[in-house]
Ligand binder design. Structure first.
Ligand code: PHE
Length: 366
């Protein structure tokens, strides 16, 4: 199936600056792409209301990659060759961002991923940036929380072997947890889209872990939680940012209660800047509370807009240089300073899942 554009053809010509966006608007990661799109749309609306950039209005060309890396790669090629975008925002899933980064780097078009955390994404080249932390930190956060807060000694891991994100996070968590004196009792794998996890969970149960680290995406994690409970595995599940979706509660029901995951942002943050963002986002999205994807989409778009303002022109090299200078930028998911490797160094929050929602527990700094 071809990639599909959202929102029609943007007006071309000298009076607009066209930005590209690739996201999962359908498929197993659909809530990631939809939230991100809504966050980006809010930032662009605000910039246009304030007069646009360099006397021009901003428009965003959005393609749905259906949660597939191959489609994301195709979409980015289309944005570059047909739509001639100034820069690209996306993706969320690291495997999709990796496929896109290769093309954007080769074409010299800057790309900012709001939320892909696998280290290799920005290693694709000097045109590729991110406004979030990376997984060596995120894996450390949950290992530390498991050891120090939950006081767990023995933990099993269940990874998604189709996801660069999940594989990377598994590796870091295993290493950090062991370094902190914990024992990994088992490491089992599944493939994105699987629906039966009983064999892996049964193998895990035999090793009698006190917790299970499941660094996957919400579509699979919700089902895994239910099947774990059915098999009598009552220990807490732990995960990463990939759990962040309203759908997790729908799929997991009460089976997901008492679990924890690391994330970029919590809407419980009393900061005025965050409160204003939440109110504005709700007003535009039928009262929906923005998740981390929405917050990071908003932040990525604002970093891009700031660079468009600061760069002498909107060519790839000028934009790349302007983005690289991002320093102490006030994001709603934390301040953003890009390091020499084009990554943001930020703290993480740990959230507890209970009664159909996630609640703030603690913040862990690098
Ligand atoms: N960090 C995930 C990845 O790299 C994507 C993600 C970010 C998912 C934030 C949910 C929230 O694949």
């Amino acid at each position: 199936a071809p990639v599909t554009a959202q929102g029609g053809t943007p007006p071309a010509g000298d009076d607009v600056i066209v930005l590209g966006e690739v996201g999962a608007l359908t498929g197993g990661q659909a809530t990631f792409g939809i939230s991100t799109r809504n966050g980006i749309a809010l930032a662009v609306k605000e910039a246009n209301a304030a007069g646009g950039v360099k006397g021009k209005k901003l428009v965003v060309r959005v393609y749905d990659d259906q949660s597939k890396p191959e489609e994301a790669a195709q979409a980015v090629t289309r944005l570059i060759t047909q739509d001639k975008v100034a820069l690209i925002l996306g993706e969320v899933a690291s495997s999709s961002s990796l496929a896109m980064a290769e093309k954007a780097q080769a074409a010299g078009v800057p790309m900012i991923t709001p939320s892909s955390t696998n280290p290799s994404v920005t290693e694709k080249g000097d045109n590729i940036f991110r406004v979030c932390f990376i997984d060596p930190f995120q894996g450390f956060v949950m290992a530390k929380f498991a050891r120090e807060n939950l006081k767990l000694n023995k933990v099993a891991v269940l990874q998604d072997n189709k996801s660069a994100y999940s594989i990377g996070l598994t590796e870091v968590f295993r290493q950090k947890f062991a370094e902190m004196g914990g024992k990994i009792t088992a490491t089992e794998s599944y493939s994105q889209g699987d629906t039966d996890y009983r064999a892996q969970l049964t193998a895990i149960k035999k090793t009698q872990p006190e917790g299970i680290y499941v660094p996957g995406y919400y579509s699979e994690v919700g089902i895994i939680a239910r099947q774990a409970r059915e098999l009598g595995l009552k220990v807490p599940l732990m995960g990463g940012d990939g759990w962040d979706s309203e759908k997790l509660f729908e799929l997991g029901g009460s089976a997901i209660d008492g679990s924890y995951f690391s994330n970029h942002y919590s809407p419980d943050n009393p900061d005025e800047r965050v409160k204003k963002f939440i109110a504005d986002y709700k007003a535009d999205n039928n009262g929906a509370v923005p998740d981390a994807l929405a917050a990071l989409g908003y932040d990525a778009a604002r970093v891009a807009i700031e660079a468009l303002k600061n760069a002498p022109d909107t060519s790839g090299p000028a934009l790349r240089a302007a983005i690289a200078k991002t320093k102490d930028f006030p994001g709603v998911a934390g301040n953003i300073t890009l390091d020499a490797k084009r990554n943001a160094v930020k703290s993480a929050v740990v959230l507890k899942v209970a009664d159909g929602k996630s609640t703030y527990v603690t913040t862990i700094s690098p």
